[in-house]
Design a binder for this molecule. Structure first.
Ligand SMILES: *Cc1c(COP(=O)(O)O)cnc(C)c1O
Length: 378
């Protein structure tokens, strides 16, 4: 990838096909040989660019996707993404026909929802996966209401092609959480057994999100549902020790360019609110990225670093909406148009570090990366 092309951009994301391919290979290495990958590409593929990532995944041989919303599913179809697409969230009853029109699969969020759909006058059956609530208490019919779950298989205008649940503490090593997760898995298994006993084919089964894969690798269901680890990140810098070991690599780098360089004298301040005061003469550079692009404002004054010309530089002063400033005193040969890396493979600018300093998880850092950023395949 030529720098000439990239330097014309204000701020951008580079996505690595090679690293995505590596992560898929690593996930396949640890899951049951009977399981396929359902790639989670919701929230613009965790900020990576949903269309680019899904096209890459199609090329890698992935043919099952999950999104959060109907409009995300439609966008995938409009861009010719091949395979099954499951909507993980609620779709309003009025829009169910669109789910069918775009050949998407809807999550049945509970029995009440299934009953509402059953009253619709639709020509083609709605493809759907039943969600079972085994303890997360977000969406899903309770595992206790097995009669209602069975009834869903008998609704005329719904074709149940799968059934799943979601783990809510799979990343935890805490004994109580491990026990809770094992119970979630057994509650799900019991439902599936009861369905099979009645001679009903439950459809595709799936439970494991990223940490379900990493900490409960012995599970053996039709699909696994990796999100964050497919993008080559752990959810934070603590949850990187897992039962199954994978050598994942970050798919995304966040970059921007230097737009101005200036000398600042001891005692001068930089940026809003004058929180940064130079305690010596320094050289600073302005970088064309800000919190409106998803680089968190609360990293201001937290010692966050960026990489420029192979060296680390400190972010100084308050991060602005579209720009931020860095201390480049010790960086030789710096010039307007130079590229700055804000998130990347290097340890100090790894997304896990950014997330820790911003007091959140990597999933949030990624998914808030904005539309102004161009996504470029490298
Ligand atoms: C977002 C999501 C996932 C992926 O979660 P990760 O922890 O990022 O792997 C899997 N399943 C469901 C239902 C989700 O909502």
């Amino acid at each position: 990838m030529s720098d000439l092309l990239l330097n014309d951009k204000r701020a951008w994301i580079e996505i690595s096909y090679k690293n995505l391919e590596n992560n898929i290979r690593e996930i396949k290495r640890v899951i049951s040989p009977n399981s396929d990958i359902m790639a989670i590409v919701k929230a613009n593929a965790y900020g990576h660019g949903m269309i680019q990532i899904s096209k890459m995944l199609n090329k890698i041989g992935i043919n099952s996707f999950a999104v959060a919303t109907l409009s995300e599913g439609i966008k995938l179809r409009e861009n010719n993404i091949k395979g099954d697409i499951l909507i993980l969230g609620y779709t309003g009853i009025k829009d169910i026909e669109k789910v069918i029109e775009y050949d998407l699969t809807q999550t049945i969020v509970d029995f009440e929802y299934a009953e509402k759909i059953s009253k619709l006058n639709i020509d083609t059956k709605l493809k759907a996966h039943i969600k079972i609530n085994t303890g997360m208490n977000r969406i899903g019919e309770s595992y206790k209401n097995i009669d209602n779950i069975i009834k869903m298989y008998r609704i005329n205008n719904i074709q149940i092609t799968g059934i799943y649940t979601h783990l809510c503490a799979a990343e935890s090593k805490d004994e109580k959480d491990v026990e809770f997760t094992s119970e979630q898995i057994s509650k799900y298994d019991e439902c599936i057994q009861k369905i099979r006993k009645l001679g009903i084919n439950p459809g595709k089964t799936h439970i494991q999100n990223s940490y379900g894969i990493l900490n409960y690798p012995k599970c053996n269901y039709d699909y696994v549902r990796p999100g964050i680890i497919m993008y080559g990140a752990y959810c934070d810098d603590v949850c990187n020790i897992t039962r199954a070991k994978v050598n994942i690599k970050p798919v995304l780098s966040l970059k921007a360019q230097i737009t101005a360089i200036k000398d600042i004298s001891k005692g001068e301040s930089v940026s809003y609110d004058r929180t940064f005061l130079a305690d010596r003469d320094i050289k600073i550079a302005t970088v064309s990225i800000g919190y409106a692009d998803g680089y968190p404002r609360n990293l201001s004054g937290k010692g966050a670093k960026v990489l420029v010309n192979g060296k680390l530089a400190d972010i100084i002063g308050k991060i602005c909406m579209d720009q931020l400033m860095i201390d480049v005193t010790d960086i030789p040969k710096i010039k307007q148009g130079d590229t700055v890396t804000l998130i990347g493979e290097e340890k100090e600018i790894a997304v896990e570090q950014i997330a820790r300093k911003a007091e959140t998880i990597t999933n949030e850092i990624f998914s808030r990366l904005g539309d102004r950023l161009e996504r470029i395949e490298v």
